[in-house]
Design a protein around this ligand. Structure first.
Ligand code: TRP
Ligand code: ZN
Length: 466
């Protein structure tokens, strides 16, 4: 939940025009054309509309205490149109080599893009691999999703104290690996992380190997379900791994920096119970593993990194733990087709807090009133975000949650649960737009369901509290 930090700190897809006819920018090296972007309405320059990355195989060599990183990324790509050049997002350390299908390829780092000329043209629908080797110090990326700009976090591969960890939402992933950095293009991951002996690496996914050789520990992780790039995390440091008994089929492992006090760990005591509770409302938890990784920074907001949510080193309320766990369904498994629909992440995770509170015997009223009061303190807007600074504002969280409350009040608990579960089952592992949720709500709840949500969706005015 990002607002905790704030309190503390007081186009359409570019399908038109063949790439060869794209304008040549003066800063482009000879032989390259300007990249087009994926077409996200908030970050139009990010990504490449010609690419569907299906899998990232990442090898990361880290040495805690230093901020240098050696990386090798192998991207499995399917062409969404005929291609002669691709533009990956990459603001990372120096590239030492690029290959396409194993053949050396001409490349250029221009701004935050890594342009690669394909050794031979690729037909629409064809699959190919891109291998990028790089080495150096990843530069952090200013978080543009805060207002005023510059007041926020720095995203990417963060080195602090005795370790490093990753915090990328919304656009920090391309600081440490080349990628199609839009949530609409989810992918699965194989991760190979090596650190000096005495250090531990944990990452998104199931750990499949851990081996010590030549003074280093090699650990592999496999995540077969597609996730957005910003949801990938890796933590390295002097970490203690603590397991909890999970529901059948789900392993729970948490990573705490050595010496993490009990009052920081306590927020996660009820993870097994929360997993069961949320599965009751949303349907089965989407991954075979879950847990949290606590960073060494007491100030960062928590982030829903896939299968391994990232937390600050401070005592958090259990509702924050519940919020990040809810994002594993809403954000990680069902990923955003466009950043403008971010309320599909934040509104749903915020609403889950109310569902949990009710199950603990609390009344919904005061929580609803709190959300509503917060909205009265900032300019009202409809639910579709139109600029980066709106992504994590009160409208995404509280107006999003109140939209779901208005729906639930209209259709009742059984239909509401059915809508949530159907939406999750239908779009698990896929990208979603607001219309996808509204279609499910209309199908199962009828026109009255849509009418109840309409004034919240369209705005800008704040409707009466539901
Ligand atoms: N998605 C986070 C939450 O609400 C908030 C968030 C947005 C965030 N960008 C971030 C947290 C960057 C940490 C870093 O749970
Ligand atoms: Zn959230």
């Amino acid at each position: 939940m990002k607002r905790l930090l704030l309190t503390l700190a007081l186009s359409g897809c570019a399908w038109s025009g063949a790439q060869t006819s794209a304008p040549v920018r003066p800063d482009l090296p000879a032989g390259f054309t300007a990249p087009e972007g994926y077409g996200d309405s908030i970050f139009p320059a990010l990504g490449d509309a010609g690419l569907d990355v299906t899998h990232y195989d990442l090898t990361l060599s880290a040495t805690p205490g230093t901020d240098s990183l050696q990386g090798r990324a192998v991207l499995s790509v399917t062409a969404r149109r005929p291609l002669t050049q691709i533009g990956l997002d990459f603001a990372g350390p120096g590239v030492t080599g690029v290959k396409v299908n194993g053949q050396p390829a001409q490349h250029a780092q221009v701004g935050e893009k890594l342009l690669v000329r394909l050794p031979s043209p690729v037909a629409a629908g064809a699959a190919f691999t891109v291998t990028v080797a790089y080495s150096g110090t990843p530069a952090l990326h200013p978080d543009t999703s805060v207002s005023p700009p510059g007041s926020g976090l720095r995203l990417g591969w963060i080195t602090q104290g005795g370790g490093s960890y990753v915090l990328s939402e919304p656009d920090g992933a391309h600081t440490f690996f080349p990628c199609n950095d839009v949530p609409a293009d989810g992918a699965s991951y194989s991760l190979h992380v090596d650190v000096p002996t005495g250090y531990t690496a944990v990452a998104s996914g199931v750990q499949t190997r851990r081996q010590t050789r030549g003074g280093r520990v090699y650990t592999d992780f496999e995540l077969s379900e597609p996730i957005p790039t910003y949801a990938l995390t890796v933590h390295v440091g002097r970490l203690e791994l603590v397991t909890q008994p999970g529901p059948p089929g789900i392993a729970i492992r948490n990573a705490f920096p050595a010496g993490t006090p009990g009052n920081v760990r306590a927020a996660f005591d009820r993870t097994p119970e929360m997993l069961g509770f949320l599965a009751g409302w949303f349907g089965p938890y989407p991954y075979p593993v879950y847990g949290v990784a606590v960073s060494e920074d007491p100030q960062i907001p928590a982030l829903e990194t896939a299968t391994l949510s990232t937390f600050p080193s401070r005592p958090e309320a259990p509702t924050v733990a519940l919020h990040e766990l809810s994002h594993q369904w809403f954000g990680d498994s069902l990923c955003l087709g466009d950043w403008s629909d971010v309320w599909l992440n934040e509104g749903f995770a915020t609403y889950a807090e109310l569902l949990w509170a009710e199950a603990q015997g609390q009344a919904a009223g005061p929580i609803v009133d709190r959300w509503y009061a917060r909205l009265q303190h900032e300019p009202a807007r409809g639910l579709t975000a139109t600029e980066a600074a709106q992504l994590f504002d009160a409208s995404s969280y509280d107006r999003g949650a109140l939209t779901l409350h208005a729906l639930r009040r209209k259709v009742g608990d059984d239909v509401f649960r059915n809508i949530l579960r159907t939406y999750v089952a239908r779009f698990s592992g896929r990208s979603v737009r607001a219309a996808d949720f509204l279609n499910v709500a209309g199908e199962l709840g009828g026109p009255a369901a849509l009418e109840a949500m309409q004034p919240w969706l369209s705005g800008p005015d704040l409707p009466p509290s539901p």
